[in-house]
Design a protein around this ligand. Structure first.
Ligand SMILES: NC(=O)c1ccc[n+]([C@@H]2O[C@H](COP(=O)([O-])OP(=O)(O)OC[C@H]3O[C@@H](n4cnc5c(N)ncnc54)[C@H](OP(=O)(O)O)[C@@H]3O)[C@@H](O)[C@H]2O)c1
Length: 326
């Protein structure tokens, strides 16, 4: 699998990583055996980047990663996140003490002295311009609790604000065939500053696999049901913020552009060939999905004609729903 440097961290990571929100919760139950199988399949296939967070299943995703890695000799780069344990969820909660407590809990969950990367987990917008937060993160780098830090953002504007801070080593943002705005300014700015980019929600929560129809239903414990209108968190995290029926219709056209290649792989291939992207981090609920997603790294790049078709699809069907919002 192709690897790329993650910004200035010194780490080389696979272009296809693994998102592990699914191994914690919010996507319906993923049992222990399946979770272990997903992690093993990814690592066996050459994935060297895992993305997790302290709140995925209230620590369950991190703990499952620790257990999977205990049985293996190689160590992937594990990017976790901190900040959504803030209660109430407001900027004033991002104190050095709270940040330290969240980081220490992740160190215990993952069973490491030093976290490879901590990303601020889509905090309130004001946090991205609070110098005290960056000072607290710098202090944790200095004392070895974390090797590096970055940010996960909802909006391009938040990402650009974070990039003003020299200690930021990575930006995580939604980027997919239905979410193109980061291509305009965020990715070029990150590249110019030597900052790594992790592209999340690359399949638009599964829409870009082409397997959903207008009548598909999701379980009560699946955010594609309970957050359809942003009831629990930013609606942009569910189907990339594209209204479901609009997304299903656009995905049908996307499948046509993919020809005889699996749409999920084409969607991932599109992400990894965008200049400035370090890695794409698709989530997976089963071993077969992991293997399919890893195979995307080996697909030939999309042609100019296909890229133009995808841009047109976005402009005609999707742009009006997402472009000015995130
Ligand atoms: N705020 C944040 O920082 C934030 C927010 C969201 C996500 N993330 C991170 O980004 C990762 C990826 O985003 P995401 O999981 O939300 O969305 P995603 O990667 O766009 O979609 C994942 C879903 O797509 C389906 N899928 C995956 N591979 C497939 C394949 N080969 N064939 C068919 N279906 C496939 C699965 O759906 P089924 O479950 O229906 O099988 C899977 O649960 C997360 O796991 C998490 O690590 C971070």
């Amino acid at each position: 699998m192709e690897t790329r440097p993650l910004g200035r961290t010194g780490a080389e990571v696979s272009v296809v990583g693994l998102g592990t929100w699914q191994l914690g919760g919010d996507w319906g139950e993923v049992d222990e055996e399946t979770a272990a199988g997903v992690l093993d399949a990814a690592l066996d296939a050459g994935v060297t980047l895992l993305d997790t967070a302290d709140v995925y299943g209230d620590g369950r995703s991190e703990e499952r990663i620790r257990k999977a890695l205990a049985a293996r000799s190689e160590r992937p780069f594990v990017a976790t996140k901190a900040g959504r344990r803030a209660d109430p969820f407001e900027a004033a909660q991002y104190t050095p003490e709270n940040l330290r407590a969240w980081v220490d809990r992740s160190r215990r969950n993952l069973g490491v002295d030093t976290l490879d990367l901590v990303q601020l987990h889509c905090p309130p917008t004001a946090v991205y311009s609070d110098q005290r937060v960056y000072d607290a993160l710098d202090a944790m780098v200095d004392d070895g609790a974390i090797a590096a830090y970055g940010v996960s953002v909802e909006t391009v504007a938040e990402g650009l604000t974070a990039l003003e801070h020299p200690g930021v080593q990575s930006i995580q943002v939604i980027l997919n065939v239905f979410r193109r705005k980061p291509l305009e300014e965020l990715l070029p700015t990150a590249a110019a500053r030597g900052v790594g980019v992790l592209a999340r929600v690359p399949l638009a929560s599964g829409l870009l696999t082409g397997r959903f129809t207008e009548s598909t239903t999701f379980g009560a414990d699946d955010h594609r049901n309970f957050n359809r209108h942003g009831e629990a968190f930013d609606v942009g995290e569910t189907f990339a913020g594209v209204p479901y029926d609009v997304g299903v219709a656009a995905a049908r056209e996307f499948v046509g552009i993919c020809g005889d290649r699996p749409p999920a792989q084409v969607a991932l291939r599109w992400v990894v060939q965008q200049p400035g992207v370090t890695s794409v981090i698709p989530g997976a609920s089963g071993v077969g999905q992991v293997r399919g997603n890893v195979a995307a790294a080996g697909l030939p790049p999309l042609t100019d004609g296909e890229l133009a078709d995808l841009e047109r699809l976005y402009d005609e069907r999707i742009r009006q729903h997402v472009h000015d919002r995130w």
